[in-house]
Design a protein around this ligand. Structure first.
Ligand SMILES: [Zn+2]
Length: 653
């Protein structure tokens, strides 16, 4: 079966990528863009920067010490996409492999002399994942042969001893190779590498051992910490090891760390990582919007982790976070033309970035998408993720199909064939039509934000209104309310039967926990799974000094196949250089000059966060300072006092 993750047990089973066919729609369009544009774009830049040439070895090596891994992620994307260029690129890689299976263009001749920073096992991890992708989607060939030889070399060199790599990644790759081949030593090495971390297994570095999760044993840690991508890749490997070895304690520990990290160290977008200096998680509630790092790769790693936990447990909260991160990190990181990328995904940008056109960006920044970076881990990660994004859409089990992400397409499992029709995430209507019938349950995820969602079953051939009283033709059912989690319908399905899920898509104001200091006094707007933001391009009104009036609900405008919103705001022009602190709470310009909710503020346009930065250099903010909070609180307080006074007054009668 072709799927990046195929655990041998768990609550839910992945479906083959060919069993989930995406049609045009939010994700189908991005998959097509990836196949037609992004994969070739990545290959062109890797050739241009000499990273592919490093494998030919005919001139001085170029690129960072981990650049081999980008070729491997590209090969994985090509493997899932069935790309015609794969065999030639795999051949170039194969020729650089040494007799004993060692393969690295940077460290050949000085192998394993810098495990803290060398990334050798990290690179093998991506090579092995590419090999597994090729094996499952095509069969054995040159690429799978290279990957297996590399894995065998690593087993010989690292099975005994105490060493590991500074950048986790190979752990999950080895487990997947074990799943694909049945060779137990791959699982055993993965298990040992997970257990070694924290003993410690690596040398001291200036960023501290938490940077590469070598400060405590993984199963004893409280939450994810240190370099976000490292931490999340390691957690993926640990879940894989736990599932294959039946290590309940390890699985439970990762679930607990996930919970705590989501509660305290995750941005509204699902993005992870607060610190630019070491690309790391911050402390609990350290979530500044303007300094949010939220690396694209950390978002992808978080989706990979949530998916693994979903497969292991069947708990909808994992699919909820995957959805949030898919729409607000993965989709944001790729430009609408498929040719430029965000590395960091901050939630506020104060100064428009300088465009980076046709050259390598040396800063991870986050102000404007770039065609390529000197550390270009994100573009190829986006390419391999989009090439296999169907893996996140649906799963199967012995008793039916579970649909976790809503996007148009066809799903097949166990004789049942379903067509999903929806304009999601713009529309909240999801229709699941049975093409080929069978018995079993169809489960539809109801996202945590979708309270008030409804579901209706309509039997084949029933009149559109035939079932409203519950006694319609063919057993159609009345519309019923469904709660967040999974809405389950069990029937003997016949072709033409239909389920209609209605998710409430009214825009909603979202307020942060007061413990997140950097967000206090702010609010954001969400609609369905999408986070929105204000964006200012060129001579559009500046966002500095603006403040929103959340007392009025956001208005919707359809635009260019998407939905934009409008909120009421006070726009300031803060050109004063006065001391920015005063004895007056609130302070200029956030005190509106008029009563809130009177409709007299200025209209502020909000766009989906994933679309920002596509019109050129811009300033942007997701979290909007709230203008009327003080006034509203005072009004409520006065009213409460007045009511209390009335209630407490002794009866005159
Ligand atoms: Zn990255």
């Amino acid at each position: 079966m072709a799927n990046p993750v195929l655990p041998s047990s768990g609550a839910l089973s992945p479906l083959g990528l060919d069993a989930v066919r995406l049609s045009p729609g939010f994700w189908g369009d991005r998959v097509a863009l990836n196949h037609e544009v992004t994969i070739a774009h990545c290959q062109e830049w890797m050739e241009r920067e000499g990273w592919i040439g490093n494998f030919r070895g005919d001139r001085p090596r170029r690129g960072r010490e981990f650049s081999d891994s980008e070729i491997y992620k590209l090969l994985e994307a090509m493997a899932w996409a069935g790309h015609p260029e794969l065999p030639a690129l795999a051949e170039t890689v194969a020729r650089a492999q040494e007799g004993d299976g060692y393969l690295n263009t940077r460290w050949t001749g000085s192998r394993y002399t810098d495990l803290e920073w060398g990334h050798e096992l990290y690179c093998y991890g991506h090579l092995i994942q590419a090999g597994v992708a090729r094996l499952r989607n095509h069969g054995e060939d040159r690429l799978t042969e290279v990957a297996v030889r590399a894995a065998d070399h690593v087993c010989r060199r690292f099975m005994d001893g105490t060493q590991t790599c500074g950048h986790p990644e190979i752990e999950m790759a080895l487990v997947e190779l074990y799943r694909a081949t049945g060779t137990e030593r791959y699982l055993e090495l993965a298990r040992r590498l997970v257990e070694r971390r924290g003993l410690p297994a690596l040398g001291e570095i200036h960023l501290g051992r938490a940077y590469f999760q070598d400060d405590v044993r993984l199963r004893q840690a409280q939450s994810f910490r240190g370099h976000a991508v490292r931490a999340l890749y390691l957690a993926c490997g640990a879940v894989d090891v736990a599932v294959e070895t039946g290590d309940e304690e390890l699985l439970k520990s990762i679930e607990t760390q996930w919970e705590r990290t989501v509660a305290r160290r995750t941005h509204l977008t699902g993005g992870m990582g607060s610190r630019h200096a070491d690309e790391a998680f911050g402390e609990d509630y350290e979530l500044p919007p303007d300094r949010a790092y939220s690396e694209t790769c950390a978002g992808i790693a978080s989706i990979m982790l949530s998916h693994r936990l979903l497969l292991a447990t069947g708990d909808a909260r994992y699919a909820d976070l995957a959805e949030r991160t898919l729409y607000n990190v993965l989709a944001t990181a790729l430009a609408l033309d498929g040719r430029s990328f965000f590395y960091a995904n901050p939630l506020a940008v104060r100064v428009p970035a300088e465009p980076v056109i046709g050259v390598v960006n040396h800063s991870a920044g986050g102000g404007l998408r770039s065609p390529w970076f000197d550390v270009s881990c994100c573009p190829s990660n986006i390419a391999r993720t989009l090439a296999s994004v169907a893996a996140y859409v649906a799963t199967g089990s012995g008793d039916g199909v579970q649909i976790h992400q809503f996007t148009p397409g066809e799903i097949r499992h166990d004789g049942l064939a379903l067509r999903v029709e929806t304009g999601y995430p713009w529309s909240g209507e999801v229709r699941v039509r049975v093409l080929e019938g069978g018995g079993g349950r169809i489960s539809l995820r109801v996202p945590a934000w979708a309270s008030g969602a409804t579901l209706r079953y309509e039997a084949a051939g029933a009149a559109p209104d035939g079932g409203r009283d519950g006694a319609g033709a063919g057993g159609s059912e009345a519309v019923r309310r469904v709660e967040p989690g999974y809405a389950v319908v069990e029937r003997d399905w016949r072709p033409g039967d239909e389920l209609r899920l209605e998710l409430p898509m009214a825009p909603r104001w979202t307020y942060p926990d007061r413990r997140i200091d950097a967000l206090r006094g702010c609010a954001a707007v969400e609609r369905g799974p999408l986070v929105y933001c204000a964006e200012s391009v060129g001579d559009e009104p500046p966002l500095t000094g603006m403040a929103a009036l959340p007392s009025s609900p956001p208005a919707e405008h359809s635009s260019d196949g998407t939905v934009e919103l409008e909120v009421e705001a006070v726009l300031g022009t803060p050109d004063s250089d006065a001391w920015p602190y005063s004895s007056k709470a609130g302070g200029w310009p956030y005190q509106p000059q008029r009563e809130p909710g009177t409709g007299t503020g200025t209209a502020l346009r909000l766009v989906p966060y994933h679309r920002w930065g596509n019109r050129g250099p811009a300033t942007m903010r997701v979290w909007l300072p709230v203008a009327d909070r003080t006034v509203a609180d005072e009004t409520v307080a006065e009213k409460t006092v007045a009511e209390k006074t009335v209630a407490e007054r002794p009866s005159a009668g």
